[in-house]
Design a protein around this ligand. Structure first.
Ligand SMILES: NC(=O)c1ccc[n+]([C@@H]2O[C@H](COP(=O)([O-])OP(=O)(O)OC[C@H]3O[C@@H](n4cnc5c(N)ncnc54)[C@H](O)[C@@H]3O)[C@@H](O)[C@H]2O)c1
Length: 354
């Protein structure tokens, strides 16, 4: 039995489906708070309806801020949960600044509620947390970056050039945004439950997580929202950096296969891993637009705004070496190109909601 929070989200629904396909019972927790954050069009409710059709899936429409309700669920399944995959979150920089209390209560307090329930009722299980590379704040922006025709690129003599940014980057003295701060609090708590209480916890600091099941919104899920905008011939606004900001992209199924490697062979000690698509699956926004245009044959309509998002990364490519060293069986199966093909096909078929 696996307990998944945010079970209808991009990562949560991929995890739910992955384990249901293995005939494992899934306890899903999600109260569709995403539609409160980003509007009805970005709701994940449609995935809840699909998941509920599976008899091995049990859905709890509760809020992770509700400690009493959470503890009741954990008490009910005491000792039976093999792993907890915690993906429920307020996931956007910009939204967090609008309602800092809600952001912190969901991201930080919600995570603490889950960690305590885990420690009290299921301490032998594993706890997987989806953190973010935003915990490093805007420190990556102080790397030696050069402007190229379509992207920013790190100086090729820098140690991060070949493989990307690893976990040695400091978290201090940078601009995190309110969202980055609440995620840092959660990230450190998960590490501490591993170190202080000697439990099996792992923190995965994601880059851009993506896939056809992302209900991309203007404020969260850049690649998904970009695909939807182009396919539905909507105008797309790029925030700053001339559209040359670089992200690496990883498909949700490659994220879940990494989680599964940890769950199969968990280690104690509060592990921390950067997790992303790596250099091969990186693109600037301008490059992403070109790729989507080429695959779909649809011309984009976009403008580049002067102002960038506060704390936004100019260049981020993940170094996955630490995870690969600990879990050598893990490999990325979905290239950026393949992910985009699937996302475009899905959007053309479903004409969702850009
Ligand atoms: N998508 C990315 O690019 C990305 C990158 C780095 C890190 N992450 C992290 O990965 C995790 C999952 O991201 P995602 O893209 O799947 O997000 P998502 O918004 O698709 O899924 C999160 C789900 O959690 C639910 N939720 C939110 N608050 C809740 C609450 N208080 N109680 C119960 N349910 C709640 C939402 O309704 C939503 O369905 C998040 O922690 C996010 O910060 C995502």
């Amino acid at each position: 039995m696996i307990l998944i929070t945010g079970s209808t989200g991009l990562i949560g629904s991929a995890a739910s489906t992955f384990f249901l396909n293995k005939n494992t019972k899934v306890i899903g927790i999600d109260n569709d708070l995403r539609s409160y954050f980003f509007g009805k069009k970005s709701s994940n409710k449609w995935k809840e309806l699909i998941l509920r059709k599976n008899k091995k899936y049990k859905h709890y429409y509760i809020d992770i801020r509700n400690k009493k309700a959470l503890f009741k669920i954990f008490k009910k399944y005491k000792g039976k949960i093999k792993s907890i995959i915690h993906t429920a979150a307020q996931p956007s920089h910009d939204w967090a600044a609008k309602e800092p209390f809600v952001d912190f209560e969901v991201n930080a307090n919600g995570t603490l509620n889950l960690l305590e329930a885990f420690r009290i009722y299921n301490p032998k299980s594993t706890f997987v947390f989806t953190s973010t590379n935003k915990v490093y704040g805007d420190r990556p922006n102080f790397l030696p970056l050069n402007e190229k025709k379509l992207r920013f690129e790190i100086n090729n003599k820098h140690s991060f050039f070949k493989k990307g940014i690893n976990e040695t980057m400091s978290l201090d003295q940078t601009t995190h945004s309110i969202f980055g701060s609440s995620k840092v609090a959660a990230d450190i708590l998960v590490q501490e439950y591993g170190r202080y209480f000697n439990l099996k916890t792992a923190v995965f600091r994601g880059g851009c997580l993506t896939g056809e099941y992302h209900s991309g919104a203007k404020l969260h899920g850049f690649l998904s929202f970009l695909v939807k905008s182009i396919i539905n011939k909507k105008f797309y606004s790029i925030f700053g950096y001339k559209g040359k900001q670089v992200r690496d992209n990883i498909h949700s199924l490659d994220v879940i296969s990494a989680f599964n490697e940890f769950i199969k062979r968990p280690k104690k000690g509060g592990l921390v891993y950067n997790l992303g698509g790596g250099r091969d699956n990186s693109c600037s926004i301008l490059e992403a637009i070109k790729l989507i245009e080429n695959i779909s044959g649809i011309k984009s309509k976009y403008k580049v705004l002067k102002e960038n998002r506060i704390g936004d990364h100019i260049w981020w490519i993940t170094d996955n070496s630490k995870f690969k060293k600990d879990y050598p069986n893990w490999k990325i199966k979905y290239s950026l190109y393949k992910s985009l093909e699937q996302m475009i096909e899905f959007e053309l078929k479903n004409k969702s909601n850009a």
